[in-house]
Design a protein around this ligand. Structure first.
Ligand code: AMP
Length: 448
């Protein structure tokens, strides 16, 4: 049996389907990008406050470089053969034909700014801190994002070992203040000269083991042999254990510098671990290099570095400046926050109760409520309110939800009389007070 569709219903269905056809798919995020919503911000704000305070306490000045720089800055600064420059940069040509890159890190941009603003004429060292987004076209996974935030400090214009130690200390201290237990992995990669000798020894050693290397590691051997030391190939552990170690190839000055850095860390009680395989992925490092890892029973947690840094005495010269020693660190904010969320899951769900709720009836009441809310806010009283609401019952429910001890109610009559009602939300008792005295009245009730 066939049923005939009533004409009106058929029309409706057709209209609905053509509307569906017209509708465009909602926009989605670009792969590897994230929206940062609550509860994330409770954690971010906490870290930001600590990072800002400690930077200021240690007399670092704030710097903010643009997210976009000339591509050449990173190619020259970070090094052509590094993973970042070879594979991970968001580089493109602008309509004007400029070759630009979204910054994958901030040390090269801060060094560029140091040169550009003639900071070498200021008392040295110049100490700068930053907090902002970085971009790397890496494979997205937990703790590895294409846009991520780094907090970092750079100390430019001084070669003293105590400054290397201070960088590691500050990075560690930020984590400590957040309640995150961490350990600094540290190594020295010497001067470019001592490193060249070490590289030769390393290549000679790994050539004899070439048949045991993965295809990726064979490529590393040809292009950037020191990266073999942080190869993730499980078969490499045994080969690495037998490989020459950089400490044995350090020049005397680098060795003495490294010993001093360790002594300062001992003095400051920073937990550290010597890591002969730590070489860092960026070419600009000299002498001290370090990375910081969370301490945890869970190998997944302690696998990803929370931060890294070291000395980069050659970078400013490489960028066209005078030889200028420098050191710095950066913490990966997103990874630190991930850790913080694991150890303090409550923080994100805490909402501050409001002291007062401002409720209104009618349009005149709404105008007054708008103004009174602002007076309370300006006086530092934590108020809540929902100006768009009309029904008083619904507003009292909201007042209870927000934990308000007092509600201020402004209706038509109160507007005419120049008064407001204050309601005790626990007992339900109400009193009428002069609208002009409302802030004072509430302060008196709150005992402030
Ligand atoms: P790096 O200078 O590459 O060692 O980066 C410093 C810190 O930034 C690392 O220790 C990480 O905590 C963080 N970081 C680097 N790359 C990423 C990424 N793709 N996603 C999230 N955090 C990152």
């Amino acid at each position: 049996m066939t049923m005939k569709k009533p004409a009106a219903a058929a029309k409706k269905t057709d209209a609905a389907s053509s509307a569906a056809k017209r509708k465009v798919a909602p926009p989605t995020l670009v792969r590897g990008m994230r929206d940062l919503l609550n509860p994330e911000w409770a954690y971010r704000d906490k870290m930001y406050d600590i990072a800002r305070k400690i930077s200021m306490d240690y007399e670092y000045d704030r710097i903010e470089t643009p997210v976009m720089e000339e591509t050449a800055l990173f190619v020259r600064g970070i090094g052509k053969m590094t993973d970042i420059v070879e594979k991970e940069m968001y580089s493109f040509e602008t309509v004007g034909g400029e070759k630009v890159t979204l910054r994958p890190e901030a040390t090269a941009p801060v060094s560029r700014a140091y040169l550009q603003h003639g900071m070498l004429n200021r008392p040295q060292p110049v100490k700068l801190w930053y907090w902002g987004p970085m971009y790397r076209h890496d494979r997205p996974q937990s703790g590895r994002y294409r846009q991520f935030t780094q907090f970092g400090c750079e100390c430019i214009g001084d070669s003293a070992a105590v400054l290397d130690a201070q960088q590691a200390f500050i990075a560690w201290k930020v984590l400590d203040l957040l309640g995150i237990e961490s350990v600094v992995h540290i190594n020295s990669i010497g001067t470019p000269e001592s490193r060249a000798n070490y590289k030769n020894a390393l290549v000679a050693y790994f050539r004899t083991k070439k048949h045991k290397l993965s295809e990726d590691d064979k490529k590393r051997l040809a292009k950037n042999p020191m990266r073999l030391l942080d190869s993730k190939d499980p078969g490499m552990d045994e080969l690495k254990a037998e490989a020459p170690q950089i400490v044995d190839w350090l020049d005397e000055a680098s060795k003495a510098h490294f010993m001093q850095v360790l002594e300062y860390l001992d003095e400051m009680g920073v937990p550290y671990q010597l890591d002969p395989y730590l070489v860092r992925g960026l070419d600009y490092y000299t002498k001290t290099v370090f990375e910081i890892f969370a301490v945890s029973e869970d190998p997944e947690v302690s696998k990803l570095a929370l931060g890294g840094g070291g000395r980069y005495d050659g970078l400013i010269e490489q960028l066209g400046g005078n030889p200028t020693p420098a050191c710095g660190f950066s913490l990966g904010v997103d990874r630190v926050i991930n850790r913080l969320r694991e150890i303090d899951p409550e923080l994100g769900s805490k909402t501050e109760p409001r002291e007062v709720y401002v409720a209104q009836l009618g349009d005149q009441g709404r105008k007054k409520a708008f103004a009174i809310f602002e007076q309370l806010r300006a006086a530092g009283i934590r108020a809540s309110g929902a100006l768009s609401k009309d029904a008083i019952k619904a507003q009292m429910e909201l007042a209870n939800k927000r934990g308000a001890k007092w509600a201020i109610i402004i209706g038509q009559k109160e507007v005419l009389d120049g008064t407001v009602i204050i309601r005790d939300m626990d007992s339900g008792t109400q009193e009428t007070v002069d609208a002009k005295k409302i802030v004072h009245e509430i302060q008196r009730k709150l005992g402030v």
